[in-house]
Design a binder for this molecule. Sequence first.
Ligand code: SF4
Ligand code: SF4
Length: 345
Amino acid sequence: MRVLKMQKENLMVFLESIRGFGELWGVVDKGNRFVFDKLDDLSDYDFKPRKPMIPPKLFMHPPKFSMFRFNEKGYEAELEEIPNRVIFGVLPCDIHGLLILDRLFGAEPPDPYYMKRREKTIILGLSCVPGDTCLAKATNTHVVEEGFDLFFSDLDDYYLVWVGSSKGDDLVRVQPDLFEEKLEYKDLEKFIEWKKDRDSCYPVDFDFTAMPDIMELSYNSPVWEKIGEKCLACGSCTMVCPTCNCYDVVDRLALGKFEGIRERHWDSCMYKEYSMVAVGHNFREARSQRLKLWYTHKLQGFIGQFGKPSCVGCGRCVETCPVDINVVTVAKALKGEPVEAFWNR
Ligand code: SF4
Ligand code: SF4
């Protein structure tokens, strides 16, 4: 992979120069939360790494969208409306989240709605500074080698820029004078030093490697009933998780005519209705059953299928769950470790 160097003052010039590739988006500070927003004016933007409340899955798998219009003559897909986008500041764990979604939505037959959006989205990754809830080192998702077009590692005075795709190469060619081709040995030393310092700051150290076996042995653990009693079934954990991707499909019909639109919107396996089938039977009526499904999927099922957990260690469930049910407290409880959490009081 090609690695270049960019002086910090060139980043804004570079982002301005690539606006022709699509709408420019980044993570902005909205006071009490960070969110993705369009960056129409870069003059006040500080280019710092921030973890948005909702991960970048929302670009490829939007919370709600129209799939196609239909009438008695047939249907017309709405794929033409999807804009080209350049997303700046995507963090390593969230790139891992997208790689997992690529696998799921890209499996045969590929999902055209996800794939089209993925194809039209340029990912500019940015190295992160671990926050209080980050567990990406434990899930080995604090570094990333694919899934981006360019990746910027912030070494204080300058960036090292990894070129991850031919699209990334095209971006560099817009103004190649903004990049330095020649790296020196001291750049490598600085990167190693930065990585050592950064890696020593992760607050959550947890060993997930034994979790598939622990999950298997914990099928009847009282922990499930205990967390099931406290869970509010609000679905927040699934909305913020970068790898959760359940959705529902509904038809909205025009009154008195045979025409309408088919929409897709996010759903959550934490909702009671999610597992309800014909004649009102529910396969997972109890909250404990729904929680068991979620954690089995994250920490066991995906590992069996793809060799790694479908938790990318972002820590969003840790920040979001109002009763402290999250990947760390649940995994610790199943391992028999002491847990300080609202649900365990
Ligand atoms: S399970 Fe929690 S920590 Fe893991 S990826 Fe999902 S939200 Fe992030
Ligand atoms: S585990 Fe927490 S965030 Fe998830 S549905 Fe239950 S209460 Fe809500």
